[in-house]
Design a protein around this ligand. Structure first.
Ligand code: MG
Length: 402
């Protein structure tokens, strides 16, 4: 464990979310082990949780703090007065935070909103610990091209992709036959379609294994999360959707597997604690110690795997076909899903309507009548497709609202 290889200038975008908090937990632990000055905090960003963001700023003393929601600009100024910490509010402030030089940046802003800041990081180079799925789902090809140009290094944080990243040997990439992403199956794994029809947001959010935000918990319940992860994996590991298999693995102990030409399968196992993949991405290519609970395989006794049920969980198939159609369709899929999940959480539509609405938006195509296909030329086109798909989704949503 060579300390000099560990990143020293750090930024955390999406600091008050679940991944952001786990990241800061690791950074605090590293500071406690190696000294307060061992890691310098460059920037902290949050959407609207001004109280927690201010507390984190006082704790970590970053150079710059940004809050995306301008309604909290004054609150942030008040909370940071006298600290000498520079700060700002709104999209421009978030972009400034992302553009500031750092060796290692956690990109954990949720949703399509995280796309712009991830691009900023990719443009300036350095290591990007990427937890924002949408950056890869909506603009995977563009992001990978940008990183190749600037030398920015993508370190996947999503537990499954981090697992694959750990076991996929780039020097043996040609011998890779298949990637397996595991899914816990979520709270509705054993539910019937009839039960799922009347599932409430509370039931969908009650994830059996992982403790996560509401949006991603619903995505896990519908398996759309795994669909988005399949698209992510195609970009990250330069694989076709046919090379990626999804297996339901209720214990969530094996996070990802890679099969090689000789029949060997290498897997990464770990506790269901996001601090493990975050620590792996943080220390890469080295390892650091964490306070995470260790896996007890004897107590575990057995591990189960089953094929996903396409009838009860159509989201996976939708993601596969979007991936085949290209980044534009993936952007539309993601946008439609965000609208659908929002409506489900607001109790306007049923649980099964989420995938049905996404399917409708994919089938309906552009508001001008053309299909969602091909790859966007630039980020502006990604944002334009995202906006069009949201309009489409909001119109089609009406038929499901009760
Ligand atoms: Mg995941």
């Amino acid at each position: 464990m060579k300390a000099d290889l560990i990143a020293r200038r750090i930024s955390v975008l999406g600091a008050t979310g679940s991944v952001g908090r786990s990241t800061l937990n690791i950074i605090a632990d590293q500071r406690a082990r190696n000294g307060e000055d061992s890691l310098h905090m460059v920037a902290l960003v949050a959407k609207q949780n001004v109280a927690d963001l201010s507390a984190l700023a006082h704790q970590f003393r970053p150079d710059f703090v940004a809050i995306a929601d301008t309604r909290y600009a004054d609150d942030l100024s008040d909370a940071l007065s006298g600290t000498g910490i520079a700060h700002g509010a709104g999209d421009a402030a978030v972009e400034e935070a992302a553009a500031r030089e750092a060796d290692w940046t956690m990109a954990a802003i949720m949703g399509a909103a995280g796309l712009r800041s991830t691009l900023q990081i990719a443009n300036r180079g350095g290591a990007i610990a990427i937890a924002n799925k949408e950056s890869l789902v909506c603009a995977g090809a563009l992001l990978m091209q940008t990183c190749a140009r600037t030398g920015a290094k993508i370190l996947p944080v999503d537990s499954e992709h981090n697992a694959i990243f750990q076991v996929l040997d780039p020097a043996r990439r040609d011998a890779m036959v298949r990637i397996v992403l595991t899914a816990s199956g979520g709270p509705f794994r054993t539910w019937t379609l009839d039960q799922m029809k009347t599932a409430t947001p509370e039931q969908a959010i009650a994830h059996p294994i992982w403790s996560m935000g509401a949006k991603i918990s619903v995505d896990s319940a519908s398996l759309m999360n795994k669909g988005l992860e399949l698209i992510e994996a195609c970009h990250l590991f330069d694989a076709s959707s046919e090379q990626i298999e999804v297996l339901i693995h209720p214990q969530s102990v094996v996070h990802g597997l890679v099969e090689y030409a000789d029949g060997s399968i290498l897997a990464q196992l770990g506790p269901a604690d996001m601090r493990v993949p975050i620590a792996s991405a943080f220390a890469w290519p080295d390892r650091i110690a964490t306070n995470c609970q260790r896996l007890d395989l004897v107590q575990m006794a057995h591990l189960d795997f089953e094929a996903p049920d396409d009838t009860r969980f159509p989201a996976l198939g939708l993601a596969r076909s979007a991936m085949k159609a290209g980044d534009t369709a993936c952007t539309a899929l993601n946008a439609a899903n965000e609208i659908a999940v929002e409506a489900f959480l607001a109790e306007q539509i049923g649980f099964l309507d989420i995938a049905a609405l996404v399917d409708d938006v994919l089938n309906a195509g552009h508001p001008d009548g053309g299909p969602w296909q091909g790859a966007p030329k630039d980020y502006n086109e990604v944002f334009a497709v995202d906006a069009l798909a949201r309009i489409r989704a909001k119109t089609l949503l009406k038929q499901y609202q009760h």
